[in-house]
Design a protein around this ligand. Structure first.
Ligand code: AGP
Length: 610
């Protein structure tokens, strides 16, 4: 969602904060602002739009200051304008606050503070934090105590960094439900909502937990809970380096991430294949091995692209491991009263590990006694810390808002889990061997698909101005159709729908005409013939068919208008391959339309609000 950076140390804070904001820009990007302390004053500058608009105005604050906070916003309350941009101040400019999350009881607090004379300028929920903290400072509470008391009063989620001109050498940060990480440098600290703003300065970090606050001066820190209990914490190392979060010669992060998939998939598999026992080593699951063996049902919950992975995993777990599996949108799961028992395993899939709905679903599952597993990419995220066990993707940082390599690596990790579960139960050594052989080929097969780049670019040119797209698939390829449609929608803004191919005749067929490109994933499998019939139905209505087919399939070439071939693999692994051309098609169309591919309108990389 929004991004926060805070700095205290010896360096020039404004420049460092701007660089940090640029790294976080993918989280939210409708406006931004910086506050620094200059002697006994807080100076603030804000700008609507991208970070470079803010950068142009940087000279209006003291660029030498060595303490400051900054924020890039993705609007939830109040339209994107300078008044609503963070940091927010109280009326005496005593306190400045940058906040991620939602303060649910802001309205009540506002009324109370107004009676004490506070005047609110913005339409945000966040501004209340500045007034409330300032009211405690005016009652002579020290800064950390003022923040702690504020935490006691507020309901909702927050990651916040706070400056106070009465304490020009202190920075306080607090979190509840919105991630906050503290990087430890030499006589300096960088607070950020995401490690990407920190890695170029230090690899040593502290993860702040919910309902904790940290007080920093340039030489030391102390952490306490909302109950005022001192906390001893561990310092951890991040294993990303700066090249991993830069574009490396590609025009966009999304393109870089598409082309990184062979390597990412390799990393997701590395050291995890047990070629002796024909199963997988998943260290993150060893502590729960016995409960997993006894599990009677799996429920997978996730949002967006991660939910599409979950749908594919449902088919895998049932087919390979014969475990009844259900999939549910996290946003629905959290508000129903799902029937969950201690014999269930609830798997939460999340690239960021911070998605608010998935996190709430996880907490609901834990409350009801299920074994909980996390499949996350970002190391140390809240979901991976709160689940009983889990498996990381090792896909490396995904910066483009549209998920690509995280999706295929999720499928890889889910395949490894499916193989493990199957070998614990009913699968033979021979079958396990077949799967491992197929898994090892996948990264190379993804590379082969990149050779269709030219055909895909030609298709993108032909359909740049299409108004609608239909994506069809069956079995394992049905969720791929959903993912193809989502990818196109989010970055090109073309309306697209994904459907199980056989459902087309129950409604969407009415949309088909010569103006309707229909992408059909028609790889060789047990229902191939049926998908071919669906292609005939589209052709009979003059639709333009783009088929994703298995290498060497000559039949399909006669039926479809254009074919993109992918290598042959086992049915349950096909989605890792069949989604690649769809990612590429969406990317090229979006570029031709001049869209902001990495930061599409209205979207944020990590949705940490409901
Ligand atoms: C993917 O392209 C989307 N940007 C979005 O649907 C995303 O997958 C969803 O918000 C879930 O995010 P998560 O995997 O970080 O939980």
């Amino acid at each position: 969602m929004c991004g926060i950076v805070g700095y205290i140390g010896k360096k020039k804070a404004p420049r460092l904060l701007i660089e940090g904001l640029k790294r976080l820009e993918y989280r939210g990007y409708d406006s931004a602002g910086i506050s620094v302390i200059n002697k006994d004053k807080i100076e603030t500058v804000k700008a609507v739009g991208k970070i470079h608009n803010l950068e142009k105005r940087l000279n209006s604050i003291n660029t030498e200051s060595s303490i400051g906070i900054a924020h890039t916003r993705w609007a939830t309350h109040g339209e994107p304008n300078e008044t609503n941009a963070h940091p927010h101040m109280d009326n005496d400019n005593l306190v400045a606050v940058a906040h991620n999350g939602i303060i649910e009881n802001y309205h009540i607090l506002q009324q109370e503070l107004k009676k004490e004379g506070a005047e609110f300028k913005s339409a945000t929920d966040s501004e209340v934090l500045a007034h409330l903290i300032a009211s405690y400072i005016k009652k002579d509470f020290p800064l950390d105590e003022a923040v702690r008391r504020t935490m006691e009063r507020i309901e909702g989620t927050y990651g916040m960094v706070v400056l106070c001109r009465k304490y020009p050498d202190k920075l306080v940060a607090a979190r509840n439900g919105s991630p906050l990480i503290v990087g430890i440098g030499e006589n300096e600290f960088i607070v950020a909502s995401d490690a990407s703003a920190i890695v170029e300065h230090t690899r040593q970090i502290i993860y702040l937990h919910d309902r904790e606050l940290i007080m920093l001066n340039k030489d030391e820190y102390s952490i306490k809970t909302i109950q005022d209990i001192h906390v001893q914490t561990t310092i951890e190392d991040i294993d990303w380096d700066i090249e991993m979060i830069e574009k490396g010669g590609f025009d966009h992060f999304m393109l870089k991430e598409i082309f990184e998939q062979p390597e990412a998939l390799h990393n997701a598999m590395r050291g995890r294949l047990d070629e002796k026992e024909m199963t997988t080593h998943l260290g993150g699951l060893s502590s729960v091995k016995d409960r997993l063996r006894q599990t009677k049902r799996i429920i997978i919950t996730a949002c967006g692209t991660s939910w599409h992975s979950a749908l594919i995993a449902e088919y895998m777990f049932e087919e390979l491991a014969q475990i009844p599996t259900e999939v549910e949108y996290a946003s629905e799961f959290r508000y129903r009263n799902p029937i969950i028992t201690e014999e269930d395993t609830v798997i939460c899939i999340s690239q960021s590990g911070e998605t608010a709905d998935t996190l709430a679903a996880l907490r609901e599952a834990k409350r009801k006694g299920a074994l909980t597993l996390g499949i996350c990419n970002t190391v140390g995220g809240t979901i991976s810390r709160e689940t009983d066990a889990g498996v990381y993707l090792h896909a490396g940082p995904e910066i483009g808002v549209a998920s690509t390599k995280a999706f295929t690596c999720q499928l890889m990790v889910l395949s490894l889990i499916a193989l493990k579960l199957a070998r614990m139960r009913n699968m033979s050594h021979i079958q396990g061997d077949k799967i491992i052989t197929a898994l090892k080929k996948i990264p190379f097969q993804v590379k082969e698909i990149f050779e269709s780049d030219k055909i895909i670019q030609e298709l993108a040119q032909r359909f740049t101005y299409a108004q609608n797209f239909l994506y069809l698939g069956r079995g394992y390829n049905f969720p791929v159709a959903l993912e193809g449609a989502l990818k196109l929608k989010e970055i090109s803004y073309i309306h697209a729908e994904g459907y199980p191919a056989a459902e087309m005749k129950h409604g969407p067929i009415a949309l088909i005409s010569e103006n309707m490109p229909v992408v059909v994933i028609a790889t060789k499998n047990s229902i191939y013939e049926k998908v071919v019939s669906n292609i005939e139905e589209v052709k009979a209505r003059k639709g333009y068919v783009i088929a994703i087919a298995t290498d060497g399939d000559k039949t399909i070439a006669k039926k479809a208008d254009k074919v993109i071939y992918i290598p042959e693999t086992l049915s349950f692994l096909v989605p890792i391959l069949s989604v690649i051309p769809l990612q590429m098609l969406s990317y090229y169309i979006a570029v031709l339309k001049g869209r902001n591919v990495d930061q599409p309108r209205n979207l944020a990389k990590s949705v940490t609000v409901e």
